[in-house]
Design a protein around this ligand. Sequence first.
Ligand SMILES: *Cc1c(COP(=O)(O)O)cnc(C)c1O
Length: 373
Amino acid sequence: MEKRILLSSPTMHGDEMKYIEEAFERNWIAPLGFNCDAFETEVSAYLEAPELHALSTVSGTSAIHLALKLAGLKPGDVVLCSDLTFAATVNPISYEGGVQVFVDSERDTWNMDPVALEKAFEEYPEAKIVMLAHLYGTPSKMDEIVAICEKHGAILIEDAAETLAGTYKGRKCGTFGKYNALSFNGNKIITSSGGGMLVTDSKNDRDKAFFWATQARENAPWYQHEEIGYNYRMSNVVAGIGRGQLKYIEEHRDRKEAIYHRYEEAFKDLPVTMNPYLAESRPNFWLSCITINPGVDVDPMDILEKLTAANVVARPIWKPMHMQPVFAERDFIYVENVPVGEDIFARGLCLPSDIKMTEEEQQYVVDIVRSCF
Ligand SMILES: *Cc1c(COP(=O)(O)O)cnc(C)c1O
């Protein structure tokens, strides 16, 4: 195909320009400003949790970092965290000198396994923070995870970077944790070109994060510093793009959902399984993925190669964190003979889920995948 079929690229609507132009007209180009304030209010309203306070940040990763600082992470502290995820979920733990203990996935959502989490608390009863990522748009088993965190008096941080607009029992992802991180990176369900948001129910904590994110400047007539700060604020121009995009988040989710179900239908008779989700949840279907059924002699990397040769972008499943050389020293807790995350990584593939992909283009992708069986 002449046109490249993408995994998940920005889809702009034109409304975003209105907010950018306003920022230019008012010469409000610097970080902070009316678009940041409004974007925070609008995202909080969208999350349908009016008690929430949001802080727009330069990235999802910096929001995760601020969340960990708010949770009180100190050097040497253990954080029980998702194993099958993007490195940005767990890298900020190292920024603070914390120690990742990776917790395996379960098969129903590919997210953190509550049984493995309980086992992790048995081995690390001193753990005070749980870092949970919802993978590929699919909400985790929240009732179980929240109950386990409460039982052990641990603070839950949700990495909802991939799952904004996803719901569990009608409640939006990004509202279950004491601290929650969102991302508006270019490949996510909506984008501000780059950026993130920290969401918490504590106004005090939001203000503390704002302080750290703006270079930790104390309230004094001169530049007074009593703590280490960061330059983590979103720019007012970028926030304008985010405001324009937020209006389309449901539409983006619906179009991603249609892509997922078209793949599901097209692969009905193949020995593959779509990335699963719970009946009581509604994913945002950020990426459609398949796993090749056990015992079937097809290598997902061969499918990936064929797709690449045909100008189609596919991706391997995230390589589990416990398999990453940089985390070789870290502990990994799992409860099945073969860790679930390793198995999904070995048998899985992310397919193009770009909402600008036409049905004909998706059929082209389907035909290539089918030709591998
Ligand atoms: C994208 C992503 C992040 C990081 O967000 P950025 O805005 O790119 O810093 C964090 N966690 C997960 C699971 C992600 O997919």
